[in-house]
Design a protein around this ligand. Structure first.
Ligand SMILES: Nc1nc2c(c(=O)[nH]1)N[C@H]1C(S)=C(S)[C@@H](COP(=O)(O)OP(=O)(O)OC[C@H]3O[C@@H](n4cnc5c(N)ncnc54)[C@H](O)[C@@H]3O)O[C@H]1N2
Ligand code: MOO
Length: 406
């Protein structure tokens, strides 16, 4: 059977990248840059002071020697001032270095008189000068296409006065729950019915990565309902279905997709949870058929659909790397099938310590709710004693509680 890695690589290989659009700088945080951005000018644009103090020539400086002050340059002063030999110009952080000056002496290293200064020591030539272009030279690559725009990247775009930013489109992803047993949240629950929680969970997972969920509702266990809603779902950039893909006689999702002309790339992965997962392509549209057990739905979304949807939205780095953690409790599993364990992570002295978040049965959702990570156990793993190193995917961000108030 297909390994988890092979399945993920197939999904990525069959997922296209979406088109692009231009949006306002202030809306671009969290989006993915669609074109390389080059420095429009040298950054900084001119030599300038890194400190509040005095601009001098290093050769004029000796401890105890008085230098007359000839001018004052606040931040925002226009470039063009000149420093005469033997003099000093008062200068603020960021102000352009006057011609002739090569060194800045901060206030802390001098004594100020009425119209002159005395240096406590000879400065190092070039000290505290930020040179033109030292950050980025004009024309240099500033941010590569495919980069996630975080606050630092937004700041750099703003530095070059960019107000319309080329980004990849957000993926519009249709979500289709399937099953006669389902009712929507808020609807009355009859005996034998359960609430469609997967659609809400998937919508939240999509929002978290900046995709736009489109809720198609529930396909009932008949061909007409499946055909109608899957056809609608295939108009989106991607379709995610939940349930109806194992071997039950009312599992109609695969059958309907095949009938609609979609190509099955794979069905079934050697992984627990998530074994019945299928992946199709309908034209350019990827279709993720995730198992119905809520834990399996979210873990297969996290591990298979998410990297593909990030690729779709233009991101270059889409695979979350595993980091090493140390088991605080022993783990046993049957060899022969890969497994994702739901785990609670703890950071102690900078190390990641791992214990399971409880019952690993696929039907148990509370242990995914309590999980801060997933541990991947490869197919051949069997007994892992306390202290074993394991591969961890962090879910979301790890943060700690603040210390108790005194
Ligand atoms: N004979 C076999 N039976 C099963 C196999 C198998 O290989 N052979 N695989 C098992 C595994 S593993 C899984 S996972 C499930 C997956 O089955 P389906 O994806 O076809 O899903 P369903 O059977 O329709 O439902 C499974 C479970 O999930 C609940 N569910 C379904 N949809 C939702 C929803 N939208 N929100 C919340 N919960 C949902 C459903 O009520 C079932 O309890 O198959 C095993 N069986
Ligand atoms: O693999 Mo199923 O996806 O365990 O619950």
């Amino acid at each position: 059977m297909l390994s988890f890695e092979d399945a993920r690589n197939l999904v990525l290989a069959h997922t296209p990248t979406l088109g692009t659009e231009r949006i306002a700088l202030f809306d671009a945080g969290g989006r993915v840059l669609a074109e390389d951005i080059h420095a429009l000018w040298d950054l900084p644009p001119w030599d300038n002071s890194a400190m509040d103090g005095y601009a001098v020539r290093a050769v004029d400086c000796a401890p105890g020697r008085a230098l007359p002050v000839s001018a004052y340059l606040p931040a925002g002063a226009t470039p063009g001032a000149t420093l005469a030999p033997g003099a000093a110009i008062k200068i603020m952080t960021g102000a352009p270095l006057p011609a002739g000056a090569d060194t800045i002496v901060p206030f802390e290293e001098l004594r100020e008189g009425e119209n002159e200064i005395w240096l406590r020591s000879a400065p190092k030539p070039g000290a505290h000068v930020r040179c033109r272009g030292e950050d980025l030279a004009r024309g240099a690559l500033a941010i590569a296409a495919g980069t996630l725009l975080r606050p630092a990247e937004i700041g750099l775009l703003a530095t070059f006065g960019k107000v319309l930013i080329p980004v990849f489109r957000r993926a519009r992803v249709a979500i289709l729950a399937t099953g006669d047993e389902l009712v929507e949240p808020g609807e009355p629950l009859a005996h034998g019915r359960i609430i469609n929680s997967n659609a809400a969970a998937l919508a939240a997972a999509l929002r978290e990565i900046g995709a736009e969920p489109l809720l198609l509702g529930i396909a009932r266990d008949n061909e007409e309902s499946h055909r109608r809603l899957i056809t609608e779902g295939l108009r989106a950039d991607a379709l995610i279905t939940s349930a109806g893909i194992s071997t039950g006689d009312r599992d109609l999702v695969r059958e309907t997709l095949l009938e609609l002309g979609a190509t099955e790339i794979f069905w079934k992965i050697d992984i627990k949870p998530g074994r019945p997962t299928a992946f199709f392509r309908a034209g350019a549209t990827p279709v993720f058929c995730l198992p119905g057990n809520p834990v399996a739905t979210l873990i297969t979304f996290e591990e298979l659909a998410k990297p593909a949807l990030l690729k779709m939205m233009g991101l270059h780095r889409v695979i979350a790397p595993f980091i090493k953690g140390t088991l605080l409790e022993e783990v046993r599993k049957k060899p022969g099938r890969g497994q994702f364990l739901r785990v609670a992570l703890e950071i102690r002295a900078g190390r990641i310590l791992v214990r399971t978040s409880g019952d690993q049965n696929t039907g148990i959702l509370r242990t995914l709710v309590g999980a801060s990570g997933l541990v991947y156990l490869p197919a051949d793993a069997a007994h892992l004693p306390v202290g074993s190193e394991v591969d961890v995917h962090v879910l979301g961000q790890l943060r700690e509680s603040p210390p108790e108030a005194p």
